[in-house]
Design a protein around this ligand. Structure first.
Ligand code: 6PG
Length: 479
């Protein structure tokens, strides 16, 4: 690299600042910019000596400082702020420059921006970046999509240097054209929602079903983290549960308001699944559970009004704790199977040619959903790239078979106890629905034909059929 930077980054909030530092720590010169100059000054005062960092007050000065082809990364809030920054930067760019959006953009926005920016001869890379503050600084998982050749030539060396590494492989790979990178990041976040919902349901059942105290639950999560469930989210669940509130001396989890926020990526994942006709029950239930959690006042009022069991009938239920580990693992397999099925459907429809095994590979480290079992997902797709559903891979089919009895007991027990487990229950329903060669939808078709003449197909002959329900009741074949 020359000392004149090729790489510029604008947007020095936590993620942007940490990414810029990460790049500089790899001895790659970085020019930084922020809309508010005071933030740039603070950043340089605190971190300017960590590596080859230079700061610029104006967009023109910042763009002008970069060697060509310029690689400019935008780390601002997704949505209107990203459009505003692109609009501001674009007049200063020349054909061949590369603009990267590293925010949590909606992939449809990325497709639109890719086209608009491309009309100026500027390449656009929409890149998912996962790992929070810590990952951005020390090695995130990076999911870049967009123009491949300029990516490979000018961006890949930087991204692969700063990404997390697992077994010597960077957690970064070119994902696919236009919005593919942001799409994959969206599904990553959806899976993150489902993982967290399953963890929350497990905690709820351990606390109010098995009757364990919070520190004991923290230890259970620690034990799970030494099993096939090993993952970042299980690890940090143990840490959050072990934390005591300084002000009250109570477990922190008892003083945090039980109302979860969401910025939108989980909802987009669910919306996209509905539009594509993908059964994405785990993630979607996780989004609904957050929505219900936000209705705090209504729930408080309903607690006095609506009848039902109030959790544990009495006596710590050790077998429930034992069963839960299996239910958690099985439900997790289902939510990943659904997320991967969604990516497969999108890949087909958008013409992206996503390599699903490679997606599992880059999620093994750096990102929020990093987990031991992603190695197994990668192996499953390596063995069978066109796998119709992850649950069908030998390893996962066997794992589900082993887990299913305790999984069923957990779902049955939670219903008896009145403890809601939408992610556990819907995952089991998906598993049971998927493994059924013949289900009850024939009746739905019959009903649709009766009230709306929507017709039905037969199992023994081709064609569309309709019964003259209002007439002589005879069957007619329609052309
Ligand atoms: C990551 C995270 C990160 C962020 C999401 C989730 O991969 O590093 O997914 O992108 O935590 O925005 O946010 P919400 O839970 O608010 O939707």
């Amino acid at each position: 690299m020359t000392s004149q930077p090729h790489f510029g980054l604008t947007g020095l909030a936590t993620m942007g600042a940490n990414l810029a530092r990460n790049v500089a720590h790899h001895d790659i010169p970085v020019a930084v910019h922020n809309r508010t100059t005071s933030r740039t000054e603070t950043f340089m005062a605190e971190h300017g000596a960590e590596g080859p960092l230079s700061a610029h007050d104006s967009i023109a000065g910042w763009v002008g400082a970069l060697a060509r082809p310029r690689v400019l990364m935008i780390m601002v809030q997704a949505g209107a702020a990203t459009d505003a920054v692109i609009e501001e930067i674009l007049p200063h760019l020349e054909a061949g420059d590369i603009l990267i959006d590293g925010g949590n953009a909606n992939f449809r926005d990325t497709q639109r921006r890719h086209e608009a920016v491309g009309a100026h001869g500027v390449h656009f890379i929409g890149s998912g970046v996962s790992g929070g503050e810590e990952g951005a600084l020390n090695g995130p998982s990076i999911m870049p999509g967009g123009d491949r050749a300029p990516y490979e030539e000018s961006v890949r060396p930087i991204f692969e240097a700063i990404a997390a590494q697992v077994d010597g492989t960077p957690c970064c790979t070119y994902v696919g054209p236009d919005g593919a990178g942001h799409y994959v990041k969206m599904v990553h976040n959806g899976i993150e929602y489902a993982d967290m919902q399953l963890i929350a349901e497990s905690y709820d059942l351990l606390r109010h079903g098995a009757g364990l105290e919070v520190p004991e639950i923290a230890r259970q999560f620690e034990r799970w983290n030494e099993s096939e469930l090993e993952s970042f989210l299980i690890e940090i669940s143990a840490r959050v549960l072990a934390k005591t509130d300084e002000a009250t001396g109570r477990p922190l989890v008892d003083v945090i308001l039980d109302s979860a926020g969401q910025k939108g990526t989980g909802r987009w994942t669910a919306q996209d699944a509905l539009e594509r006709g993908v059964a994405l029950t785990g993630i979607t239930e996780a989004v609904f559970a957050r929505t219900l959690s936000a209705l705090k006042d209504e729930r408080v009022a309903a607690a006095d009004r609506l009848a039902g069991p109030t959790g544990r009938a009495g006596g710590a239920d050790a077998s429930l704790a034992e069963d839960l580990g299996h239910a958690l693992y099985a439900s997790k397999i289902v939510s990943y199977a659904q997320g991967f099925a969604q990516m497969a459907a999108a890949s087909e429809a958008e013409g992206w040619q996503l390599d699903l095994g490679a997606m599992a590979t880059i999620w093994r480290g750096g990102c929020i959903i990093r987990a031991r079992f992603l190695d197994r997902i990668r192996e499953a797709y390596d063995a069978e790239p066109n796998l119709a559903n992850l649950m069908l891979a030998e390893f996962f089919a066997q794992a589900l078979e082993r887990a299913q009895e305790p999984w069923r007991r957990v779902v049955a027990r939670s219903a008896e106890l009145g403890i809601p487990t939408p992610a556990f229950s819907s995952s089991l329903a998906y598993y049971d629905g998927y493994r059924r060669a013949r289900g009850p939808a024939s009746l739905i078709q019959g009903l649709r034909d009766l009230f709306g003449a929507h017709t039905y197909r037969r199992i023994d002959r081709d064609g569309s059929f309709h019964i003259a329900w209002g007439g002589d009741g005879s069957e007619h074949e329609l052309g």
